[in-house]
Design a protein around this ligand. Sequence first.
Ligand code: IMP
Ligand code: MG
Length: 183
Amino acid sequence: MSIHDDIDHVIITEEQIAERVREMGEQLKADYVDSTKPVLLVAVLRGAAIFVADLARAIGGKVELDFMAVSSYGSTTKSSGVVRILKDLDEDIEGRDVVVVEDILDTGLTLKYLLRNLASRKPRSLEVVTLLSKEGKQQVPIDCKYIGFAVPDEFVVGYGLDYAERYRNLPYIGVLKREIYAD
Ligand code: IMP
Ligand code: MG
């Protein structure tokens, strides 16, 4: 039994992801070329781990990496709106150019909380890059400068995104078969 057997259909292929990540890396490289210190990519664990690994290598300029873990979902598919910091940054971001790296922008509740929290630490600049953005789902407006793909309002998995901690290792983004949720 392979994880691929649980997928109903693929919505973004491995090749499409690679191409878009390459473009986003080039854009970030150009945008931060004049930074005094390397741009600090703050990946939101665990979903953005795979995306940031590829994005950082696509930038090809100086970057630093740090990680935060927040909880908003548990293992269900509905947003709770409750955000807790489970792991904070190791770096002090005061005066730094910070780019938050997210897997998916859904209701925006997680990012809203995170951005307010990070802004209070006085970074020089603060932007957001998200691989995916769910169309029509944002409950709070988020100023997200870099968006990989807009996706329909369906629960998606793969390339870092999970269902109950599974399927993060799929190389593409897909939708699970309906019966998987029923388990
Ligand atoms: P938000 O606070 O509703 O924007 O939710 C953001 C977080 O919920 C993301 O970082 C994901 O971890 C998770 N999430 C939202 N939609 C999906 C999805 O379709 N598949 C997997 N995880 C999702
Ligand atoms: Mg998740």
